[in-house]
Design a protein around this ligand. Sequence first.
Ligand code: ADP
Ligand code: MG
Length: 728
Amino acid sequence: MAVTLATPLARVLGPKTATGMAEQLGLHTVLDLLRHYPRRYATRGEQADLADVQVGDRVTVLAQIRSVTTRPMRNRRGSLTEVVVGDGSGKMKLVFFNHRHGQLKPNAWGMFAGTVGEYRGEKQFAHPDMHLLDPDGDDTDWARALVPIYPASKDVSSWVIQKSVKLLLGAGGGFGELVEDPLPEEIRARHGLLPLAAALLDIHRPTTSDDVERAAQRLKWDEALTLQLTLAARRRAAALEPGTARPRKPGGLLDAVDAALPFALTEGQREVGEELAAELDRDQPMHRLLQGEVGSGKTVVALRAMAQVVDAGGQAALLAPTEVLAAQHARGIRALLGPLGRAGELDGDPAGTRVTLLTGSLKAAARREARAEVAEGRAGIVVGTHALLQEGVEFADLGLVVVDEQHRFGVEQRDALRAKGNRPPHVLVMTATPIPRTVAMTVYGDLETSTLRQLPSGRGGVSSSVVPVREKPTWLDRAWERLREEVGAGRQAYVVCPRIGDLPGDEPGDADGAPPEEDGRSDRRPPLAVLDVAEALRAGPLAGLRLDVLHGRMTPEEKDGVMRAFAAGETQVLVATTVVEVGVDVPNATVMVVMDADRFGVSQLHQLRGRVARGAHAGLCLLVTEAPSASPTGERLAAVASTSDGFELARLDLETRREGDVLGAAQSGRRSGIKLLSLLEDEALIAEARTEAWALLSTDRGLADHPGLAAEVAALASDERAEWLEKA
Ligand code: ADP
Ligand code: MG
């Protein structure tokens, strides 16, 4: 039987193993299995391995049997066998009921796999799967210094995978021929990379950790290059689409906007503005990402681009992630444009245009009217939420789509909007979450980027502190006093909580983006809730202040009403969930108190803090937490408090969150094809792969001479796996 990389595993492995691999690990072909790399490598007598395992972990450990005792059970029939195993530093107990196998002997080494349980405060495995190693036999894996430990599943243990891989690698000595290397020779030579067959051999059966490193380096290249080729191809395809040029016209809306601005543009805003103006003037659609610190003034940059498009006879759509934000944008733009934004109304300027808000909460009649304005082209500027994407919303001539706060919108949604133009419109995506360069090169690799680094001058800045309530209980009282002082001086404040409150359907849980239970504290109380905290504050430390609540379970009208009252200064303190996280702009607010700050991710905290750095007054951000200062959580919060450099924090975020979260929900390693590549550590490699990808695609023949690469790209692109690219 000729085995190739495409051969189904069912033809080379036993049916039970093949089925388990397919159903539980998603491995179907020989290549899938060979690309299922060890998670780590165990060495005999490995230090601190057993000491590290946590209750609840499903783990495989390599350890030596220290003692075996069997005794009858006290309350039931049958016997209980207790086996103590150790690996140098740690010890663990294995228990078996009615164990009849004689192989468990002191001094024998074995691999034991199971879920770590606890009995009377001691870690133990009950009935682990096990594989005893034979020190005398020709157990060649045992002879190796490094034993691969694979990501395993319920029915497919690490050593079954190990044996199956071994079978394939040993296939008649012809393994080298079995594996065709998709990577062009020149690229391999240029970057000193192993051939694929050698890399696969070394990753699965290394002798030294250098072997592993060199193998991984090569295999990471496969991942990075395929990814970059896919992105480069998408970008090239987009560049070939026909678009409509929207040149700048003097004396129109843009000039009116510039004249109406109550401030001078920053240098960054001017530069990016020029960049956009020039790109809108081309008949290829723009695809640009504008990233800029919270408060750097992206909105006005976008508005100026929209005005240019309106002046050129097109329509511009601004898509916001929430109704609160959409309403705020519409209000802000209308206020700025004055009569120029009310064309067709009594006091409107006929030379102007209309600003139309289109959200899901509009009543039927209002929605019909809004849709008609959009369809007939009376609305030059359309602001909305997802409702804009719905069927039935037609544009007369959509020229520019601006997506605010990208991380809530996927590419499908961008595409849905783009499809509403007669020709693909220009697209500007804005994000306030600074993106580490590697993420920009991967997740947003199909967009050009512009960055606003500078904040408008005259900002007071925010100072942040952690309030560790367990260690310093009085600091919380002091925090409320500070808040009262600010309010007394005419300022306003936010108090943010991770949860809404005790109504049905409000599952206690962590806020978005919070890291997993890194301190292993599974006994935490439920997170603090807006409704409870508001009540406690009204009755206690903030009694007498005008306080209101804002959360996602309110109707859009209610939310809008609360935001208006807050923006108008009628409400002094807003107790809210993270609905205030994104984009909310009330320059008079100067205090932000985040309750249970440990429940939020780094970027989220940075976003929240951005709400109080928006005016001339100095801001104050207090991160209240029960986490000990010396814990990883405490240190993470201290890091957030110590810097306001969003790029540094984005990096910290990447370190503390699982990469999958950063890349998007669909990015589990299995589906993305990304297994070894690390966005944190492989920046240089990703950049090199990007250069190679562009070079390959910019030749006339493209991938024609590299069928292996073309096949990998096609597989990634056609596969549902490509989805994660789009769900950033
Ligand atoms: P973000 O980039 O976070 O979306 P915004 O666009 O909401 O920031 O701008 C934040 C605030 O700064 C707004 O109140 C806006 O009016 C103001 N702003 C924008 N540009 C300038 C500038 N050049 N000078 C002073 N204030 C500005
Ligand atoms: Mg914004």
